[in-house]
Design a protein around this ligand. Structure first.
Ligand code: COA
Length: 283
């Protein structure tokens, strides 16, 4: 595949994914003019620009739900289809990577419970984001990848990181809020792309109170550098928090409510088998 000058510089593992998979975007057609449908010069095939109000994609909609429940299932946040539609596709967009059913081995078709008559795209990853009412920010609502359950057939290391970077680029997102759990492995991905300002560290409004609400600012340079293969190592931080410590996040929340500012400034640090997050106090 011929890549643009920008994408030619990304790490080989992401190039391999681009060679193996096809990019898709799913949304309400009226939203498309707001999107970038050739991210860094990458072509999205016409048939992979999918309308959420087109019934001929019914199987693809089901497969997205399968991807969500197989990847998120054990974490406990699988989504109903109406959540995809009402809180994702109509109001924002879904961007991901996948492969055509005809090219997949029998084992993978079985995992997704795909009928042999289906010839369309099978999603391997998705990033869902929706615009916030303030007009200048988005909310990253879902990120998942099939690596954990099809990795034996397709070693697509880096799939989720590449998916989020492409999702941000396609949906034209500069500022994004997100909600994630302190112990989530996805923090490796979010913090590789940008610093994460912690807006709440303890969030009883969420189903999981040990959720942080964070905000990140993304630039083209930052996204491409995240894909360079070089880790965004945390250097200038004030302290480390143990991601599994059950006390700090409530204390941090009290401080945030009293005006303190904190941000995660780089990838998690693993020390003696424990995961720590590098935190810098705001000015
Ligand atoms: C978390 C999830 C998205 C990761 O998907 P993935 O495709 O395996 O992740 P990637 O291969 O893109 O990983 C990107 C980086 O994060 C690191 N990473 C991913 N999962 C990790 C884990 N469990 N432990 C440590 N590091 C991890 C990878 O090593 C990789 O590091 P590198 O950039 O140095 O190579 C996937 O497991 C998933 O869908 N989980 C369930 C849903 C979920 O929790 N989503 C997050 C919502 S906030």
């Amino acid at each position: 595949m011929k890549l643009s000058l920008e994408l030619d510089k990304i790490n080989q593992k992401y190039k391999n994914i681009l060679n193996e998979c096809e990019l898709y975007v799913l949304s309400y057609p009226g939203n498309l003019p707001a999107f970038n449908l050739s991210p860094w010069g990458l072509e999205i095939k016409k048939e992979n620009i999918i309308s959420c109000i087109d019934s001929k994609h019914a199987t693809f909609f089901d497969l997205l739900q399968t991807l969500d429940s197989l990847s998120f299932g054990q974490v406990g946040m699988p989504m109903d289809k109406w959540v995809f539609f009402d809180c994702g596709e109509m109001v924002g967009g879904i961007v991901g990577l996948g492969k055509m059913a005809a090219d997949l081995p029998e084992e993978v078709l079985k995992i997704y419970k795909i009928d042999r008559n289906y010839k369309g795209l099978v999603p391997f990853s998705m990033y869902i984001a929706i615009p916030m009412a303030s007009g200048d920010s988005w909310f990253g609502h879902n990120l998942c990848s099939a690596n954990s359950f099809i990795g034996n057939y397709y070693p697509l290391s880096g799939l989720a990181l590449l998916t989020k970077a492409l999702g941000l680029k396609v949906l034209n997102i500069g500022k994004m809020f997100g909600a994630t759990q302190w112990e989530s492995s996805a923090i490796h991905i979010h913090s590789q792309l940008a610093d994460m300002e912690v807006h709440s560290s303890y969030t009883p409004a969420h189903s999981f109170e040990k959720t942080m609400a964070y905000r990140s600012v993304y630039t083209d340079l930052g996204l491409l550098s995240a894909l360079s293969g070089k880790e965004r190592v945390a250097v200038a931080y004030d302290f480390l928090v143990d991601a599994l410590d059950n006390d700090f996040y409530k204390k941090m929340q009290m401080e945030i409510e009293n005006g303190a500012q904190y941000k995660i400034v780089g990838r998690p640090i693993i020390k003696d088998g424990k995961k720590f997050l590098a935190i810098k106090r705001g000015e």
